[in-house]
Design a protein around this ligand. Structure first.
Ligand SMILES: C[S@@+](CC[C@H](N)C(=O)[O-])C[C@H]1O[C@@H](n2cnc3c(N)ncnc32)[C@H](O)[C@@H]1O
Length: 271
Protein backbone atom coordinates (compact mmCIF):
# COMPACT_ATOMS: atom_id res chain seq x y z
CA UNK A 1 0.00 0.00 0.00
CA UNK A 2 1.34 3.44 -0.88
CA UNK A 3 1.58 6.55 1.26
CA UNK A 4 -1.73 8.17 2.12
CA UNK A 5 -2.23 11.80 1.23
CA UNK A 6 -2.58 12.62 4.94
CA UNK A 7 0.80 11.05 5.79
CA UNK A 8 2.81 14.23 6.13
CA UNK A 9 6.50 13.58 5.86
CA UNK A 10 9.18 15.78 7.39
CA UNK A 11 12.01 17.16 5.30
CA UNK A 12 14.45 14.68 6.93
CA UNK A 13 12.21 11.73 6.11
CA UNK A 14 11.79 12.82 2.48
CA UNK A 15 15.54 13.33 2.16
CA UNK A 16 16.28 9.80 3.43
CA UNK A 17 13.44 8.30 1.39
CA UNK A 18 15.04 9.66 -1.78
CA UNK A 19 18.47 8.40 -0.67
CA UNK A 20 17.18 4.85 -0.13
CA UNK A 21 15.37 4.84 -3.47
CA UNK A 22 18.68 5.82 -5.11
CA UNK A 23 20.52 3.09 -3.19
CA UNK A 24 18.17 0.51 -4.71
CA UNK A 25 18.71 1.96 -8.18
CA UNK A 26 22.49 1.61 -7.85
CA UNK A 27 22.44 -1.85 -6.21
CA UNK A 28 23.85 -0.82 -2.81
CA UNK A 29 24.81 -3.75 -0.54
CA UNK A 30 21.98 -2.93 1.93
CA UNK A 31 19.46 -3.06 -0.90
CA UNK A 32 20.16 -6.62 -1.97
CA UNK A 33 17.68 -9.45 -1.40
CA UNK A 34 18.55 -12.51 0.69
CA UNK A 35 20.52 -15.16 -1.18
CA UNK A 36 19.26 -18.64 -2.14
CA UNK A 37 21.37 -20.39 0.51
CA UNK A 38 19.96 -18.12 3.23
CA UNK A 39 16.48 -19.49 2.52
CA UNK A 40 17.64 -23.03 3.38
CA UNK A 41 17.61 -22.27 7.13
CA UNK A 42 16.00 -18.80 7.40
CA UNK A 43 15.61 -18.87 11.20
CA UNK A 44 19.36 -19.33 11.64
CA UNK A 45 19.98 -16.26 9.48
CA UNK A 46 17.45 -13.97 11.16
CA UNK A 47 18.14 -15.10 14.72
CA UNK A 48 21.92 -14.84 15.03
CA UNK A 49 21.55 -14.07 18.76
CA UNK A 50 19.51 -17.21 19.50
CA UNK A 51 16.63 -15.18 20.93
CA UNK A 52 13.89 -17.23 19.22
CA UNK A 53 14.63 -20.81 20.26
CA UNK A 54 11.11 -22.12 19.64
CA UNK A 55 10.85 -20.69 16.11
CA UNK A 56 8.28 -18.22 14.81
CA UNK A 57 5.89 -20.41 12.80
CA UNK A 58 2.42 -18.87 12.89
CA UNK A 59 3.57 -15.60 14.46
CA UNK A 60 2.32 -12.27 13.23
CA UNK A 61 5.53 -10.30 12.58
CA UNK A 62 6.06 -6.65 11.65
CA UNK A 63 9.34 -5.95 9.83
CA UNK A 64 9.70 -2.21 10.51
CA UNK A 65 11.91 -0.06 8.27
CA UNK A 66 13.06 -3.37 6.85
CA UNK A 67 12.44 -3.30 3.10
CA UNK A 68 14.95 -4.65 0.59
CA UNK A 69 13.91 -8.24 -0.09
CA UNK A 70 15.74 -9.61 2.91
CA UNK A 71 14.04 -9.50 6.32
CA UNK A 72 10.40 -9.80 5.22
CA UNK A 73 10.94 -12.78 2.88
CA UNK A 74 13.22 -14.58 5.39
CA UNK A 75 10.70 -14.19 8.25
CA UNK A 76 7.92 -15.36 5.92
CA UNK A 77 10.03 -18.36 4.86
CA UNK A 78 10.48 -19.17 8.58
CA UNK A 79 6.69 -19.50 8.83
CA UNK A 80 5.58 -16.07 10.06
CA UNK A 81 2.76 -13.97 8.72
CA UNK A 82 4.67 -10.85 7.70
CA UNK A 83 3.97 -7.14 7.27
CA UNK A 84 6.76 -4.85 6.03
CA UNK A 85 6.71 -1.10 6.62
CA UNK A 86 9.32 1.07 4.93
CA UNK A 87 9.55 4.63 3.63
CA UNK A 88 11.23 3.59 0.36
CA UNK A 89 8.92 2.39 -2.40
CA UNK A 90 11.93 0.84 -4.17
CA UNK A 91 12.94 -1.17 -1.09
CA UNK A 92 9.36 -2.43 -0.76
CA UNK A 93 9.27 -3.36 -4.44
CA UNK A 94 12.27 -5.65 -3.81
CA UNK A 95 10.25 -7.38 -1.06
CA UNK A 96 7.31 -7.89 -3.38
CA UNK A 97 9.55 -9.25 -6.15
CA UNK A 98 11.22 -11.77 -3.83
CA UNK A 99 7.88 -12.78 -2.31
CA UNK A 100 6.47 -13.37 -5.80
CA UNK A 101 9.46 -15.41 -6.92
CA UNK A 102 9.40 -17.56 -3.78
CA UNK A 103 5.61 -17.77 -3.46
CA UNK A 104 5.61 -16.12 -0.04
CA UNK A 105 2.77 -13.96 1.29
CA UNK A 106 3.75 -10.44 2.39
CA UNK A 107 1.83 -7.29 3.22
CA UNK A 108 3.70 -4.04 2.50
CA UNK A 109 3.05 -0.44 3.58
CA UNK A 110 4.97 2.63 2.46
CA UNK A 111 5.08 4.76 5.60
CA UNK A 112 7.41 6.44 8.04
CA UNK A 113 8.09 4.43 11.17
CA UNK A 114 6.84 7.03 13.63
CA UNK A 115 3.32 6.90 12.18
CA UNK A 116 1.86 3.38 11.98
CA UNK A 117 -1.79 4.44 11.90
CA UNK A 118 -2.60 1.78 9.28
CA UNK A 119 -1.79 -0.98 11.79
CA UNK A 120 -4.11 -2.11 14.60
CA UNK A 121 -3.17 -1.93 18.27
CA UNK A 122 -1.66 -5.16 19.69
CA UNK A 123 -1.62 -6.64 16.17
CA UNK A 124 1.85 -8.24 16.32
CA UNK A 125 3.53 -11.05 18.26
CA UNK A 126 6.88 -9.54 17.32
CA UNK A 127 8.29 -6.39 15.75
CA UNK A 128 11.74 -6.59 14.21
CA UNK A 129 13.49 -3.34 13.44
CA UNK A 130 16.86 -3.32 11.65
CA UNK A 131 19.18 -0.31 11.87
CA UNK A 132 17.14 2.77 10.95
CA UNK A 133 16.42 4.90 14.03
CA UNK A 134 19.49 6.92 12.96
CA UNK A 135 17.43 8.36 10.06
CA UNK A 136 15.08 10.27 12.35
CA UNK A 137 16.02 13.20 14.60
CA UNK A 138 13.75 11.89 17.40
CA UNK A 139 12.86 8.33 18.29
CA UNK A 140 10.40 8.52 21.21
CA UNK A 141 7.33 8.52 18.93
CA UNK A 142 8.70 5.49 17.03
CA UNK A 143 8.93 3.47 20.25
CA UNK A 144 5.44 4.56 21.30
CA UNK A 145 4.04 3.33 17.97
CA UNK A 146 5.95 0.03 18.23
CA UNK A 147 4.54 -0.44 21.74
CA UNK A 148 1.02 0.27 20.50
CA UNK A 149 1.12 -2.39 17.75
CA UNK A 150 2.90 -5.07 19.85
CA UNK A 151 0.61 -7.34 21.87
CA UNK A 152 1.20 -7.72 25.62
CA UNK A 153 4.23 -10.01 26.20
CA UNK A 154 5.15 -9.69 22.50
CA UNK A 155 8.76 -9.16 21.43
CA UNK A 156 10.52 -6.12 20.01
CA UNK A 157 13.92 -6.92 18.49
CA UNK A 158 15.76 -3.86 17.21
CA UNK A 159 19.24 -2.90 16.10
CA UNK A 160 20.73 0.59 16.30
CA UNK A 161 23.91 2.44 15.44
CA UNK A 162 25.71 3.11 18.72
CA UNK A 163 26.19 6.80 19.55
CA UNK A 164 30.01 6.59 19.43
CA UNK A 165 29.81 5.00 15.98
CA UNK A 166 28.01 8.08 14.65
CA UNK A 167 30.10 10.56 16.65
CA UNK A 168 33.55 9.34 15.62
CA UNK A 169 35.54 10.07 12.48
CA UNK A 170 35.58 7.37 9.82
CA UNK A 171 39.11 8.18 8.73
CA UNK A 172 42.27 7.89 10.78
CA UNK A 173 45.68 9.39 10.07
CA UNK A 174 47.21 8.37 13.39
CA UNK A 175 45.65 4.95 14.00
CA UNK A 176 43.13 6.59 16.35
CA UNK A 177 39.65 7.98 15.70
CA UNK A 178 38.45 11.35 16.88
CA UNK A 179 35.08 12.36 18.28
CA UNK A 180 33.85 14.90 15.73
CA UNK A 181 30.16 15.17 16.55
CA UNK A 182 28.86 16.01 20.03
CA UNK A 183 26.72 13.45 21.87
CA UNK A 184 24.01 16.08 22.45
CA UNK A 185 24.16 17.64 18.97
CA UNK A 186 20.79 16.96 17.33
CA UNK A 187 21.82 18.05 13.83
CA UNK A 188 22.83 15.40 11.25
CA UNK A 189 26.32 13.91 11.62
CA UNK A 190 28.95 14.97 9.03
CA UNK A 191 28.62 13.01 5.77
CA UNK A 192 31.25 10.42 4.83
CA UNK A 193 33.98 11.88 2.60
CA UNK A 194 34.31 8.60 0.68
CA UNK A 195 32.11 5.48 0.39
CA UNK A 196 32.08 3.69 3.76
CA UNK A 197 30.10 0.69 5.07
CA UNK A 198 29.37 2.57 8.30
CA UNK A 199 27.42 5.38 6.60
CA UNK A 200 24.72 5.18 3.95
CA UNK A 201 25.44 7.52 1.02
CA UNK A 202 23.70 10.91 1.01
CA UNK A 203 21.47 10.15 3.98
CA UNK A 204 20.89 12.35 7.02
CA UNK A 205 21.84 10.43 10.16
CA UNK A 206 21.33 11.49 13.77
CA UNK A 207 23.02 10.45 17.03
CA UNK A 208 20.68 8.97 19.65
CA UNK A 209 22.05 8.59 23.16
CA UNK A 210 21.36 5.70 25.53
CA UNK A 211 18.69 7.73 27.30
CA UNK A 212 16.79 7.95 24.00
CA UNK A 213 17.38 4.36 22.87
CA UNK A 214 17.35 2.17 25.99
CA UNK A 215 15.33 4.60 28.11
CA UNK A 216 12.94 5.31 25.23
CA UNK A 217 12.18 1.61 24.71
CA UNK A 218 11.55 1.13 28.47
CA UNK A 219 9.40 4.26 28.80
CA UNK A 220 7.28 3.17 25.81
CA UNK A 221 6.23 0.04 27.72
CA UNK A 222 8.90 -2.64 27.21
CA UNK A 223 11.27 -4.48 29.51
CA UNK A 224 14.73 -5.10 28.03
CA UNK A 225 15.65 -8.77 28.41
CA UNK A 226 18.98 -8.90 26.59
CA UNK A 227 21.36 -6.89 24.42
CA UNK A 228 24.16 -7.94 22.10
CA UNK A 229 26.87 -6.10 20.19
CA UNK A 230 27.55 -7.79 16.83
CA UNK A 231 31.34 -7.87 16.71
CA UNK A 232 32.81 -6.89 13.34
CA UNK A 233 36.18 -5.82 14.82
CA UNK A 234 39.56 -7.16 13.65
CA UNK A 235 42.60 -6.20 15.66
CA UNK A 236 44.93 -6.88 12.72
CA UNK A 237 42.93 -4.92 10.12
CA UNK A 238 44.43 -1.92 8.32
CA UNK A 239 43.88 1.43 10.09
CA UNK A 240 40.81 3.15 8.66
CA UNK A 241 39.26 -0.09 7.38
CA UNK A 242 35.85 -1.34 8.53
CA UNK A 243 37.38 -4.09 10.71
CA UNK A 244 39.84 -1.70 12.37
CA UNK A 245 37.22 0.96 13.10
CA UNK A 246 34.88 -1.71 14.51
CA UNK A 247 37.70 -3.02 16.74
CA UNK A 248 37.94 0.48 18.27
CA UNK A 249 34.24 1.39 18.30
CA UNK A 250 31.39 -1.13 18.53
CA UNK A 251 29.13 -0.16 15.61
CA UNK A 252 25.74 -1.59 16.58
CA UNK A 253 23.58 -2.61 19.53
CA UNK A 254 20.89 -5.27 19.20
CA UNK A 255 18.12 -5.15 21.81
CA UNK A 256 15.60 -7.79 22.81
CA UNK A 257 12.65 -6.18 24.61
CA UNK A 258 9.32 -7.57 25.78
CA UNK A 259 6.05 -5.68 25.91
CA UNK A 260 4.74 -5.38 29.41
CA UNK A 261 1.41 -6.96 30.30
CA UNK A 262 0.32 -10.51 29.58
CA UNK A 263 -2.12 -11.99 27.10
CA UNK A 264 -3.72 -15.43 26.97
CA UNK A 265 -1.86 -16.11 23.71
CA UNK A 266 1.52 -15.33 25.29
CA UNK A 267 1.00 -18.09 27.85
CA UNK A 268 0.60 -20.58 25.03
CA UNK A 269 3.55 -19.50 22.89
CA UNK A 270 6.96 -20.71 24.05
CA UNK A 271 9.40 -17.91 23.25
C1 LIG B 1 19.45 -0.70 6.96
S1 LIG B 1 17.99 -0.74 5.95
C2 LIG B 1 17.20 -2.12 6.67
C3 LIG B 1 16.90 -3.25 5.74
C4 LIG B 1 18.05 -3.73 4.86
N1 LIG B 1 17.48 -4.59 3.85
C5 LIG B 1 19.12 -4.52 5.59
O1 LIG B 1 19.50 -5.58 5.09
O2 LIG B 1 19.61 -4.14 6.64
C6 LIG B 1 17.13 0.66 6.60
C7 LIG B 1 15.75 0.86 6.01
O3 LIG B 1 15.13 1.93 6.73
C8 LIG B 1 14.27 2.57 5.83
N2 LIG B 1 13.90 3.88 6.39
C9 LIG B 1 14.66 5.00 6.52
N3 LIG B 1 13.95 5.97 7.13
C10 LIG B 1 12.72 5.45 7.39
C11 LIG B 1 11.54 5.97 8.01
N4 LIG B 1 11.48 7.23 8.48
N5 LIG B 1 10.47 5.15 8.12
C12 LIG B 1 10.49 3.89 7.62
N6 LIG B 1 11.58 3.35 7.01
C13 LIG B 1 12.68 4.12 6.92
C14 LIG B 1 15.05 2.64 4.55
O4 LIG B 1 14.22 2.88 3.44
C15 LIG B 1 15.71 1.25 4.55
O5 LIG B 1 14.94 0.33 3.83
Amino acid sequence: MNLHEFDELSDDVRFNQAAWNRMVACGHALARPARDEEFQDPLKVIDASGWLPGGIAGWNVLCLAAGGGRHGPLYAAAGASVTVVDISSAMLELDRQVANERKLALRTFEASMENLHMLASSEFDMVIHPVSTCYLPRVDQVFREVARVTRPSGLYVSQHKQPANLQASLETHTGNYIVQHAYYDHTPVPPALAPNILREPNTREFVHGWNDLLGGICRAGFVIEDVSEPNHGRADAAPGSFGHRCHFIAPYLRIKARRTGESAKSRLIHL
